[in-house]
Design a protein around this ligand. Structure first.
Ligand code: HEM
Length: 326
């Protein structure tokens, strides 16, 4: 049978990344169009087959990813202008208007702000603790919690660790059985994985398993970057055995900044997910549309499927445990 969309005309990495972004959005829209209570269980083959083909060529899973929604989803209004919020727009939008714009672009700018830190393990810049105030995280000014909760969150959800789709999604014409894939989450961002690997942060068992699984949702070269850092001589042990007090302090300031980022992020997740769920549940009127209903879940899950607060606190606490006694 002929499929209306063919990936055969796509050439090169940029074409494929753009196609993955677009097909990921269409898939999310298709699956969640009737809300969390009535997701589609089958992805029709005219969408499933090209999405699988593009994903296979990129080495990525066929679902909307952080690498789509954030990393590939921005363009400059003025191409000669700065990479700043006022000069950027998402390429593909979800419902959510300005909040969607803020959610995508602020996250992208946090990634950008982390670039100098990513150059440290490569030896391009010396180990310098981040400036106070890193990272710039003005989410509250740009993302309305209610809009995030009711209009954006749903479309980032996946079909693994999600009670709304316990059986996964059948990709018609690709696989005989339904597949389980986690939803899009910044837990798939390479940045924090790279910092953890470089600083020698060791996560607790359950969180570590989740974070490792998230690496399967990164572009292969991003994953390889994290693995290359992990293969370096362990920095923490080198600093520890150096007996150099200034080095101990610099290392500890980096770990402290990373833990502080995670503490701030817990506050963000609490505001946008945990508190928003509680508010929806207590308001839960019979007239609520399926798209706006609070999930009837025993434990609040993130779009990536983690048990939100338990996971984020464990990740933050493990970061603090890397601190050296000086
Ligand atoms: C409205 C904004 C945000 C919300 C509601 C949110 C929520 C969450 C949740 C629930 C998780 C747990 C994993 C999951 O199941 O998805 C998570 C993980 C994570 N998020 Fe966010 N997040 C937001 C913005 C950001 C931003 C701007 C960044 C910066 C890049 C970020 C970076 C991370 C990272 C790195 C993780 C993995 C855990 C860690 O390494 O600390 N998030 N987020």
């Amino acid at each position: 049978m002929r499929h209306k969309l063919s990936a055969a005309q796509l050439h090169g990495h940029r074409d494929l990344r753009l196609a993955h972004l677009v097909l990921g959005f269409i898939t999310a829209g298709y699956v969640w169009q009737d809300g969390e209570e009535g997701p589609a269980k089958v992805l029709p083959q005219n969408l499933a087959v090209p999405f699988w083909e593009v994903s296979r060529r990129l080495g990525l899973p066929p679902i909307l990813l952080h690498a789509d929604l954030v990393l590939a989803n921005w363009r400059q209004r003025d191409r000669a202008g700065p990479l700043e919020l006022g000069n950027l727009d998402p390429i593909v939008w979800l419902p959510g208007g300005e909040s969607l714009r803020g959610f995508v672009l602020v996250t992208m700018l946090v990634e950008k702000a982390a670039v100098p830190g990513l150059q440290v393990p490569l030896g391009w810049v010396p180990l310098v603790p981040p400036a106070p105030g890193w990272p710039p995280c003005p989410l509250a000014d740009h993302v309305d919690p209610d809009t995030f909760y009711t209009a954006i969150r749903l479309f980032l959800s996946g079909w693994r660790d999600n009670p709304a789709m316990p059986a996964g999604l059948l990709y018609e014409g690709v696989w005989e059985l339904p597949q389980a894939y986690s939803g899009g989450s910044a837990a798939q961002s390479t940045v924090l994985h790279a910092f953890d690997a470089f600083l020698g942060v060791r996560h607790h068992e359950e969180s570590s398993a989740f974070l490792h699984r998230m690496r399967d949702y990164m572009p292969p070269r991003h994953r390889a970057f994290v693995e290359a850092i992990q293969a370096l001589p362990p920095l923490r042990e080198l600093v520890l055995s150096s007996g150099n007090e200034a080095l101990h302090c610099a290392y500890n300031r980096c770990v402290t900044a990373l833990a502080a980022f995670r503490t701030r992020h817990i506050a963000v997740a609490t505001k946008y997910v945990v508190t928003a769920t509680a508010a929806k549940r207590s308001r839960g009127s019979p007239g609520t549309s399926p798209l706006q209903a609070a999930p009837s879940r025993p434990e609040q899950r993130g779009t990536g499927g983690s048990p939100v607060l338990r996971f984020l606190k464990s990740v933050r606490d493990a970061t603090r445990e890397a601190l050296l006694n000086v």
